[in-house]
Design a binder for this molecule. Sequence first.
Ligand code: IVH
Length: 671
Amino acid sequence: MAESEPARRAAELRELIAYHNRRYYELDEPEITDAEFDELVAELAAIELEHPELVTETSPTQRVGGAPVSLFSEVRHRTPMMSLDKTTTYEELLAWGKRMERYISGQVTFNCELKFDGLAMSLLYEGGRLARAATRGNGEVGEDVTANVATIKAVPKELPPGAADIVEVRGEIYMTVSAFEELNRQQAESGGRTFINPRNAAAGSLRQKDPAVTAGRDLSFCAYQLGDVVGGPDFEFHHETIEWLAGLGFPVSPYAEHVGTLEEVDRYCKQWASNRHKVNFEIDGVVVKVDDLAQRRELGATSHAPRWAIAYKFPPEEKTTLLKDIMVSIGRTGKATPFAVLEPVVVGGARVGLATLHNEDQVRLKDVRPGDTVVVRRAGDVIPEVRGPVLSLRPPELVAWVFPDRCPICGSPLQRLEGEADTYCINVDCPGQQVQRISHFASRGAMDIEGLGERTVGLFCNEGILSDVADIYSLDFDRVRKLEGFADLSVANLAGAIEASKSRPLANLLVGLSVRHLGANTSQLLARSFGHLDRIMEAREEEIAAVEGIGPVIAASIKKFFSLPRNRQVVERLRSAGLNFEGPRQASLAQTLAGKSVVVTGVLQRWSREEAEAAIKARGGKAPGSVSQKTTALVVGADPGGAKLTKATQLGVPVLDEEGFQHLLETGELA
Ligand code: IVH
């Protein structure tokens, strides 16, 4: 940086921070994510640390962010609602521990709590009644949202008699992930505005002029901090205050832990960083608090944050970036899938440049347009997702994107069938489909031909030496050898891999044929029950549909596939090439779940939802979509739907994790 550069950048950062604060607190329309905002503040703090002369009294690092707001009347907090210092590493946690040693001595114990990603709320009870609910605002002055908060079921309107004369309770208003998804579904259905994430949905639901609107939204509350208490009990420890609040009827977090060392704090933080989606609400970190209230008093606060608490922030999972274009890709069954071409961003630990937009309706629903700034999310293993546009940044000239009516590869008309969400290129000779079909046939889950990936297949198709999957077995290796990059050795390897693929089991061949709706699991079921490709081709539709785990849609699709002469020709050419058409002669599965009914909820690691349900049906069981008295067990994965779990608990239906599910499949017994 040049001499004047830090001063210039600091001023620029302050301006940016003030601007984004206004968008967040006053307009409720943030343009950047919380994590990006934190990055701006962190950059400014770093400059100020190196150049103390640049620190100003009004610098956002010196005061709590935000500005008073206008939609609701202002309220001054009895004690300011401070923000928290942040850390992202164990080293910083240790440094925090060291800093505290300057103020206190003796044993320190810590409360670790999940950091809810919602809205901070101050609830004031006078004479046992909810007298006022206020947002944080700028920390000193917030908004009076009492009428709206009073509609939230989880917020007690009255306290048990004799609790205290005055109590201030702090906590978070948030929306569960399932409530958020349900709200967006309803909003989309009624043509209303959808929300980018649960935090925005909670904010939008709370900041309503009409409390009836708030009442209709499924908002939750969790108390995590006791404020002023007049005429009530005295406490020595934070965990006692939380227990007291729970006793008064406030929802408190069941995930909080009281630990004795920073090493344990670190373990808690890391454990939740990798399990953050196991709960049905969004968290963006962990709040670590000193438990001993006397120690807290000694520690005091800086101008903007208490010294006795720190926020351990998880890496952000959302970023904003430019949507450069929306393009359409053609899959092996001809499915035309729109996808977003993004200015690459690192989000959730990976660089994201492309993201699927699924289908025409999804693009319309999200109303993303090339040229928009969009929020991109990548949570854990989940594939990157474009959540929606930042409308306030939309250039005025942007027009809505229209799904093309012709295939971008072969130019044939695209077709969307009545009642279906997907659009297809109906030209079976479309080169785009060919490449996808052939490389899928050669992929690991199908015939597993090493060296025949999408690029090579694309090249061979372009050169005219491949046009369908049967061509693989009569490849002209002399022509291949002449292509750039195909030395003798790689040709020999490819030839060997092709030869080896001829003996793959029937299920792999079925997967490789690209029959619509036929996946790995259903191919297994078919192979096991028919044992030979000829028997599948000859079977009547009802016979196929009678296989446990295969429904009428798949049966119809299989029948249609093998009724097309060109597909039959490909099969005959594969037969002549000497491919194995037989299944591994496996005995049919033990009907461990006969007469039983197993419901699955949430995301499982080892099975997709369809696979889990197929596995249940393949063993003679039923896999209905909801829990009833007749349910044998509820299998619960990550982010389960709240309703099923609640119902199961109410009815006393056993709840299983993945291990338990595996055991049930194998033995038919609950572990
Ligand atoms: S304690 C002074 N505990 O984090 C300490 N805050 O800057 C008071 N938050 O927006 C806050 N979960 O709403 C505390 N378990 C938790 C929290 C939590 C989320 C939020 C809070 C505020 C920010 C603190």
